[in-house]
Each structure stands twice: as structure tokens, then as C-alpha cells.
Design a protein around this ligand. Structure first.
Ligand SMILES: [Zn+2]
Length: 236
């Protein structure tokens, strides 16, 4: 009997491996999605910071052109001063120039503050970009490993499936039918060894009379507790 069961034991081993490989293969898409999400998350917020930077740069340019306009007005007013005859007009142009210069210096202060903000933002953009780059490089390596594993697993699975077909043919059809039935009922493990009267499928003791018969290896025996096909295996 044990000789006949030998093929089934092989079959079970090969089928279990095939199941675990299929599980791994089913996980591939999910793992890749998770890695993409990691890259996406690391880049989050970058667009908002970039928009802030653009806005500040626009403000800076607006102020700059205001200053240039004011400066050319100051220049014109100074030119006018030379041709002015009366004192009152002279004073009023001087006042105008003073006002424009004061305004310019206020705008310049504001520009300095904006420049500082721009520098801070540029630094944080740089940091964020280099973090994202690092994560992306890491993810690329992990993706490559996953893809290589996937190919290896696909090849292994193909070999296992050939083996399953080959071994199945060597098992007596009635026994194979029984094995498939038990396998469905026990969700995977249909055949279990018995070590010192303990079924390795359910870890329960089998009756001593049954254990004696099992050692004599006469007929197909099922565990009375878990209904698995059992066979005696000598242990030390
Ligand atoms: Zn059992």
C-alpha cells in the first residue's frame, strides 16, 4: 500500500508547491501597485510648492518693473529740475522725487523678503526632489527583483504542472479520485503521515488497533478524526 501511496505523497508535495507559487504570482500586481504608490506619495505636495514658487517669482518681477518705472520717472523729474524757474515748483518736484525714492526703497525691502522666501522654497523643492529620486531608484530595484522572481516562478510553475500531470497518470484512478475528494474536503492536505500513532494532519491519536494495522500496511486507511489518507512513517 505504501508503495502506491508514494506517488500520492509526491503529488501532494508538488501540488502544494504549485499552490504557494500561484499565491506569490497573484501577489505580483498588488506589490507593483504598492511600489508605484510609494513613488507617487513621495512626489505629493511638490506641485503646490512649485506653484507657490511661481507666484513669488511673479511678484518679484512685478516689483522689479515697478522700481524701474519709478527710476525712470525720477530721472525725468531730475531733468525737469534744471529748467524750473520758480522755487515753489522746484520744491514740489523735489518732494515728488523724494516720495518716489521712498516708495522704491519700500519695494526693495519687500523684494529682499520675497527673495528669502524663494530661496527657502527652492531648498525644500531640491530636498523633496532628491528624496523622490532616491525612492524611485529604490523602487526600480525592487520592481526588477519582483519581475525576475515572477519569471522564475512562472517557469517553476510550468515545470510543476508537467510533473503533476505525469504523477497523476501513475496513480491508480480510483485512488486518485479518492485523493482529490479528500483534498477538496480538507482544503489542501489530503495525505498525512502517522508518527507514533499521531496523525500529522490533525495531531490527534489514532486508535491502537488501527495503528497496528497501519503498520502492517495492508489497505487504504483514513484518519478517523480528519478523514485524511494516512500512512505509517517510522520515526526515531
Ligand atoms: Zn488526522
Amino acid at each position: 500500500m505504501k508503495e502506491m501511496l508514494k506517488n500520492l505523497i509526491d503529488l501532494q508535495r508538488v501540488e502544494s508547491e504549485a499552490v504557494s507559487i500561484k499565491l506569490k504570482l497573484n501577489n505580483v500586481a498588488h506589490s507593483l501597485e504598492e511600489l508605484d504608490a510609494r513613488v507617487f506619495d513621495s512626489g505629493k505636495g511638490l506641485q503646490e510648492i512649485q506653484a507657490q514658487l511661481d507666484e513669488l517669482q511673479k511678484q518679484y518681477r512685478r516689483h522689479d518693473s515697478d522700481i524701474q518705472m519709478n527710476q525712470s520717472r525720477v530721472k525725468k523729474s531730475r531733468e525737469k529740475l534744471g529748467s524750473v524757474k520758480n522755487n515753489k515748483e522746484y520744491q514740489s518736484i523735489l518732494k515728488e522725487i523724494e516720495d518716489m525714492q521712498l516708495k522704491n526703497s519700500l519695494v526693495e525691502d519687500e523684494m529682499i523678503a520675497i527673495l528669502e522666501q524663494i530661496e527657502t522654497i527652492e531648498r525644500s523643492i531640491h530636498t523633496k526632489k532628491s528624496e523622490t529620486e532616491k525612492i524611485k531608484a529604490q523602487v526600480d530595484i525592487e520592481k526588477k527583483t519582483i519581475q525576475q522572481d515572477m519569471i522564475r516562478n512562472q517557469q517553476r510553475l510550468a515545470r510543476l504542472e508537467t510533473d503533476i500531470a505525469k504523477i497523476s497518470q501513475q496513480v491508480e484512478p480510483e485512488l486518485l479520485r479518492k485523493y482529490r475528494l479528500v483534498k477538496d474536503q480538507t482544503r489542501g492536505i489530503a495525505i498525512a503521515a502517522v508518527h507514533q500513532a499521531v496523525c500529522q494532519g490533525c495531531n490527534l491519536n489514532i486508535p491502537s488497533q488501527m495503528y497496528d494495522k497501519l503498520q502492517r500496511d495492508e489497505k487504504l486507511t483514513m484518519c478517523p478524526h480528519c478523514q485524511r489518507i494516512i500512512y505509517w512513517e517510522e520515526t526515531e
